[in-house]
Design a protein around this ligand. Structure first.
Ligand SMILES: Nc1nc2[nH]cnc2c(=O)[nH]1
Length: 168
C-alpha cells in the first residue's frame, strides 16, 4: 500500500510515483512553466490526481501541490485524504504546505528540498522568490515527510538549471 512505508524511507513504489512527478516537471518546463510536478496516490496505490506547474500565464499560485490539495478537498473524504500520499518533484512551498495540512492530507515525498533549490539559486545568481524558504515541517508539523531523494537530485537540478539557462 502506498502509505505503508516505514517513516524516513522511500520504497520502490514511492520511487515510481516520484519519477512520474519529475516527468511532469519536465513536461511543465517544455510547456514554458516552472519544472514542478505532483502526483496524489490513494491508500490502494492508485494515482488519483496529477498536475504540473502552470504559472506562466501570470498566476504564480498555480503550483501542482496546491492543485492536488484543492482536488483532494473536493473529491476525497477526510479519511481518504488522511491515507493519501503526495509525491512531488520539489518540496512544497509554504503556501502549498499550508494547503496540504488544512485539507488533512498526510505524507509527502519529495525529490529535491526547498533548501537544495535555494542553494542552486544562490549558486546561479537567481534572485530569491517572494515567499520565505521554509521546510514543510515548519509550516505543517504533523505531516509525515520523506525527502530529498539523492537518486533524483541531478535530474531535478538539471531541470531547474535549464529553466534559468545555466549549466547544471
Ligand atoms: N514546490 C513548488 N515550488 C515552487 N516555486 C515556484 N513554483 C513552484 C511550484 O509549483 N512548486
Amino acid at each position: 500500500m502506498a502509505a505503508s512505508s516505514p517513516p524516513g524511507s522511500v520504497s520502490t513504489e514511492d520511487l515510481v510515483h516520484l519519477r512520474r512527478a519529475v516527468a511532469l516537471a519536465r513536461d511543465a518546463l517544455a510547456a514554458g512553466d516552472k519544472p514542478f510536478g505532483t502526483v496524489l496516490v490513494d491508500d490502494r496505490g492508485r494515482v488519483r490526481f496529477e498536475d504540473r506547474n502552470r504559472t506562466s500565464g501570470g498566476d504564480s499560485t498555480r503550483h501542482p501541490e496546491l492543485a492536488a490539495a484543492q482536488w483532494a478537498a473536493e473529491h476525497l473524504t477526510p479519511a481518504e485524504r488522511a491515507a493519501s500520499v503526495v509525491y512531488t518533484s520539489g518540496e512544497h512551498c509554504a503556501m502549498c504546505s499550508a494547503a496540504h495540512a488544512w485539507v488533512g492530507l498526510d505524507r509527502i515525498v519529495y525529490a529535491a528540498s526547498s533548501e537544495q533549490l535555494a542553494s542552486w539559486h544562490r549558486e546561479w545568481g537567481v534572485a530569491p522568490g517572494p515567499v520565505a524558504t521554509l521546510p514543510i515541517g515548519a509550516v505543517a508539523p504533523h505531516v509525515r515527510v520523506d525527502g530529498p531523494v539523492p537518486a533524483l537530485t541531478e535530474e531535478v537540478r538539471a531541470l531547474h538549471a535549464a529553466l534559468h539557462g545555466v549549466e547544471g
